[in-house]
Design a protein around this ligand. Structure first.
Ligand code: 1CP
Length: 354
């Protein structure tokens, strides 16, 4: 097992934070989406003891789970152990996670369902999350690891709220957008403000950068993508910049395809996280010089490990060398990934030479 990051009192040694603020580092800083998860034996040990919501809402557990991949691999970023669906739960929508099925919520269908949501209770219900962040910030203060907060972006969160869980085509969300744009717009408006407030609270508690996951952005046609993905993200970023001008915002418009450049330009996110299908060379010319790129190694290469993964990782880092690049995957770590493959990837990126 690798030692955790060496102590360092100087926040300038937080390579990930500096990169998110626009600097180029070589080798690039690295963390992985879903780095705390079922591929880790120490994660499974805690998973056997408590259900998902308990793990998210018990600060001791959330802290321990967040730090597991840091202790094992010395990642440059620690992402809070939580979920994008904590916000709907905090707004008053019931939520539980079913084995083999994922999140389950009572779907929002009628005006009364929307009216029952109450942003006034979010701060109180997310108090354990802030407590976990406060403790993590203290633990990581003297290390090289940057603490990341996050939320789902309004569109993706609305998908789960309206469908009542995951979906193949998100037809109920599309129906609502088409048939009740007034009601849908009210929900997105509420989510914009609640998300900005929640992320602002995460920053006040000690998160050094925040990420907005828009995992289903890619299902929308261009005009809906502009209205329900780009515009809400632009507004959340603007609200956060008013309150925390120096805190970087990462945006992940997954499967955004040719819309990804427009997303980066018009939301103003400091770093755009690219999914597996995106060629970074196609996006770079569309970014401003200090805008960063995060990603985007194929999680399937990590799953399989060995020379194909190492070669692709080296090529990806080399392609983005000289600009702000955070090494990451194009989506989350698969639960079937052998732990040795993650160690091999971390070593491959760390040992990139001049
Ligand atoms: O313990 C378990 O078995 C539950 C698995 C799990 C985990 C580890 C879920 C259920 N959520 C999480 C944690 C989580 N989720 C984190 C923090 C940990 C880390 O990254 O290391 C983060 C950032 C998320 C974000 C998240 N949750 C997203 C956005 C990113 C993505 O994967 O696209 C989404 C869409 C969710 C919803 C969700 N939560 C869990 C599941 C199985 C799902 C997907 C449901 C579906 O649509 O199929």
């Amino acid at each position: 097992m690798k030692a955790p990051s060496p102590p360092c009192a100087d926040p300038a040694n937080k390579k990930l934070l500096a990169t998110l603020q626009g600097k180029a580092h070589w080798p690039p800083p690295l963390w992985l989406m879903r780095q705390a998860g079922r591929y880790l034996p120490e994660f499974k040990a805690i998973r056997a003891k408590a259900d998902f919501m308990t793990r998210c809402l018990t600060p001791d557990m959330a802290v321990e789970l967040t730090l597991q991949p840091i202790k094992r691999y010395g990642m440059d970023g620690a992402i809070l152990f939580s979920d994008i669906l904590i916000l709907p739960w905090a707004l008053g929508q019931d939520l539980h996670f079913e084995e083999g099925r994922g999140p389950v919520l009572p779907p929002l269908r009628h005006e009364e369902d929307f009216r029952a949501l109450d942003p006034a209770r979010v701060a109180e219900r997310t108090a354990p999350v802030r407590e976990a962040i406060t403790r993590l910030a203290r633990e990581l203060a003297t290390t090289t690891t940057t603490l990341l907060g996050f939320a789902g972006a309004p569109f993706t969160v609305s998908c789960y709220m309206i469908e009542g869980g995951g979906s193949r085509d998100f037809a109920a969300v599309r129906r609502m957008m088409i048939k009740r744009p007034d009601l849908y717009a009210q929900l997105i408006e509420m989510l914009i403000n609640a998300t900005a407030d929640m992320l602002s609270e995460q920053i006040n508690a000690g998160a050094q950068a925040v990420m907005l996951f828009d995992s289903w952005a890619g299902i929308l046609p261009p005009n809906d993508f502009r209205r329900w993905v780009i515009e809400p993200t632009r507004r959340i970023r603007a609200l956060l910049k008013q309150r925390h001008p120096t805190v970087p915002v990462i945006g992940f418009p997954r499967l955004g395809g040719v819309m990804t450049g427009e997303y980066a330009q018009n939301t103003g996110v400091d770093t755009v996280s690219l999914d597996t299908s995106t060629d970074p060379l196609k996006i770079l010319p569309l970014l401003s010089p200090h805008q960063g790129v995060q990603g985007n190694l194929d999680p399937q290469l990590l799953l399989n490990g060995g020379a194909p993964m190492v070669k692709a990782a080296q090529a990806l880092a080399e392609t983005l060398r000289g600009r702000s690049h955070v090494f990451n995957l194009g989506h989350g770590v698969s639960q079937f990934t052998p732990v040795e493959h993650v160690a091999e990837l971390v070593e491959a990126v760390r040992s990139l030479s001049a």
